[in-house]
Design a protein around this ligand. Structure first.
Ligand code: PSU
Ligand code: MN
Length: 324
């Protein structure tokens, strides 16, 4: 008997869509008008910035996206429902009540938030997950979570890192990782996780409210169109991770290195003394930095969030122009 010929394996296209991340266009965004969408995270409103700066920043960020020709949607969970966009009244309610009412939901908290009817602000990991599920593939924030200092004694790796590793072909615009983190360790983790990193008009990784961490980024671009080209190549290859675009804070409001370093050292000592860790650590340190820099870190934080939203809008428009 002749052996039956073995069937050659069916080739898998490199960019085969995956259920969550590879939807071509928004499929699930209420009131979508057809303009390119940018997701904005809400933890920075409820936990990151104080009232009333938080509301002003949220509204300015949405306006900045609109000025670029795209539409900014702030994501959150209200009464257990994931919301892809909040009204001004809802934004104000979240900004006024802050963490007294709104929990901080990371990706791993989403199921509980929905099942138990929480009001929750979404971190980068939760925002990016909900956004790509709906087909929104560009988001903006201030600074990402990463590997916390002292991780050798107390491992604390932000859930943002793993979502970035999963968010195939999504673009996250930020001013690097929060300066409260171990930045060299965070860069190493990104490399391991296969997350692409692109400097917008910079060769250096910005350090949130400071323009440079002194660490290099692997690629530098000067225009949103160049970013769109990278994103397209990344998607065509079917690479698994997100593309993080880093933009340094405006020179005019950037924190000077020494002031930032001293304030941070003091804030870290305060956290250690008061035994603050886990999800409470980031909001605590950001608050302490504000006090210790006489409000300068708040001004810088606000500015970089708005500028990142504007750039994200321009990238979303450039991507729409290339049909991706
Ligand atoms: N960037 C800011 N303010 C913030 C955060 C980032 O300018 O409040 C938030 C983001 O939501 C980010 C989160 O996802 O901090 C990371 O927190 P953790 O280190 O606990 O994962
Ligand atoms: Mn953590």
């Amino acid at each position: 008997m002749k052996p039956s010929p073995t069937r050659p394996p069916t080739p898998t296209p490199m960019d085969e869509p995956d259920a969550v991340s590879d939807l071509g266009a928004p499929t699930d965004v209420p009131g979508w008008t057809g303009s390119p969408l940018v997701a904005l995270e809400s933890t920075l409103i409820a936990q990151g910035l104080p009232w009333p700066d938080n509301l002003a920043t949220a509204l300015e960020a949405q306006r900045a996206v609109a000025e670029s020709g795209a539409e900014g949607r702030t994501l959150a969970i209200l009464e257990g429902k994931p919301r892809l966009g909040l009204s001004v009244e809802e934004l104000e309610g979240m900004a006024r009540r802050g963490s007294s009412r709104f929990r901080k939901a990371a990706r791993r908290d989403l199921a509980a938030a929905l099942a138990l009817g929480w009001d929750a602000a979404t971190t980068v990991s939760a925002t990016l997950f909900l956004a790509r599920r709906a087909g929104i593939r560009v988001m903006a924030t201030g600074g990402l979570g990463g590997v916390h200092r002292g991780w050798t004694e107390r491992p604390d790796l932000s859930g943002d890192l793993l979502e970035l590793a999963d968010a195939h072909g999504c673009v996250v615009v930020c001013s690097g990782f929060k300066s409260i983190l171990d930045l060299p360790a965070t860069l190493e983790a990104l490399e391991t996780l296969g997350v692409a990193l692109v400097g917008y008009c910079t060769d250096d990784l910005p350090a949130f409210t400071e323009r440079s961490s002194g660490l290099p980024v692997p690629a530098r671009v000067e225009t949103p169109d160049q970013i769109a080209k990278i994103v397209r190549a990344h998607r065509t290859l079917g690479l698994p991770g997100a593309i993080v675009v880093v933009q340094p804070v405006d020179q005019a409001v950037a924190l000077e290195d020494r002031l930032a370093r001293e304030a941070l050292d003091e804030a870290l000592i305060d956290a250690e003394r008061q035994g603050v860790h886990g999800a409470a650590l980031t909001p605590f340190l950001l608050g302490r930095l504000r006090d210790r820099t006489g409000g300068a870190s708040l001004i810088a934080n606000r500015r970089l969030i708005v500028d990142n939203a504007r750039l994200a809008g321009a990238i979303a428009v450039a991507l729409a122009g290339t049909g991706t």
